[in-house]
Design a protein around this ligand. Structure first.
Ligand SMILES: Nc1ncnc2c1ncn2[C@@H]1O[C@H](COP(=O)(O)OP(=O)(O)OP(=O)(O)O)[C@@H](O)[C@H]1O
Ligand SMILES: [Mg+2]
Length: 244
């Protein structure tokens, strides 16, 4: 069988004396949506940061297209096609929508596909075209999340990692963002997403991993995990009010 697009092998990461990840392994097949779920502090964001090269691994490996990229700098990750949409969106609020999108395509390879990528982003998120010359800071929360994902798409990614796409959004907007993530995936982009809205995440993903205190506890298809009584009890039920 071909290598998975992305593979994490036995990864451990610490913040000083605090161990955030212990022996984490996962695989992301090309063309799929993989969800990473689990309670607060489980290590989900740390795992995305380690894959993106923003947090150094203590031990273990990150392989992309079969190549060891564990010690490679973030800039090279983006060049290879690994792009992170961080929690909190991190937009340039005083710049326009278009200027923010342009910054997503700052590397030489992405610059050559700028027009094509912009068309793709405006196709996925027509509201960004309407607001292209408006300041990013004036967009609604949902539109800002679209811009953050759009900026990642401008980098011409092979895999987009999205940390908490639905944070702070209404159920209707959450559903809309998820539809757009599915559309992005159907265009061929692989997606690794971290999500508090477990029900929604398990519904759209091809595969999911459940994390707890720095470990992977369980993995399976979204369907399998939704049917699992332990998962339902621990995660789905407790967030019943957030189900959409
Ligand atoms: N900058 C940091 N310095 C020290 N410890 C940190 C730092 N960032 C995260 N941690 C710790 O690492 C562990 C994993 O945190 P992480 O943010 O990866 O979890 P998470 O699953 O994304 O949680 P949440 O659902 O709250 O976003 C936690 O114990 C957290 O306190
Ligand atoms: Mg987090």
């Amino acid at each position: 069988m071909a290598n998975p697009l992305l593979e994490v092998k036995d990864l451990s990461v610490s913040y000083g004396d605090v161990r955030a990840l212990t022996g984490v392994s996962l695989e992301v097949e090309e063309g799929t949506i993989v969800a990473l779920v689990g309670s607060n502090g489980a290590g989900k964001s740390t795992l995305l940061k380690a894959i993106a090269g923003l947090k150094q691994a203590g031990s273990g490996q990150v392989l992309f297209e079969g190549e060891d990229i564990t010690a490679v700098s973030t800039k090279h990750h983006v060049d290879r096609g690994i792009v992170l949409v961080p929690e909190g969106r991190r937009l340039f609020q005083t710049l326009t929508v278009l200027e923010n999108l342009r910054l997503g395509a700052y590397l030489p390879k992405a610059r050559t596909t700028f027009e094509e990528s912009l068309e793709r982003v405006f196709g996925l998120f027509p509201v960004l075209k309407e607001r292209a010359n408006g300041k990013a800071g004036l967009l609604s929360g949902g539109e800002q999340q679209m811009l953050a994902i759009g900026r990642a798409v401008m980098a011409h990614p092979k895999v987009v990692m999205i940390d908490e796409a639905s944070l702070g959004l209404s159920p209707i907007l959450t559903r809309r963002i998820f539809e757009l993530i599915v559309a992005l995936n159907q265009q061929g982009t692989t997606v690794l997403l971290v999500e508090q809205n477990i029900h929604m995440a398990l519904n759209v993903c091809h595969k999911a991993y459940v994390m707890k205190t720095g470990h992977i506890m369980m993995s399976g298809t979204g369907e399998e995990l939704l049917a699992n009584p332990d998962v339902r009890k621990a995660y789905v039920g407790e967030r019943g009010s957030k189900l959409v």
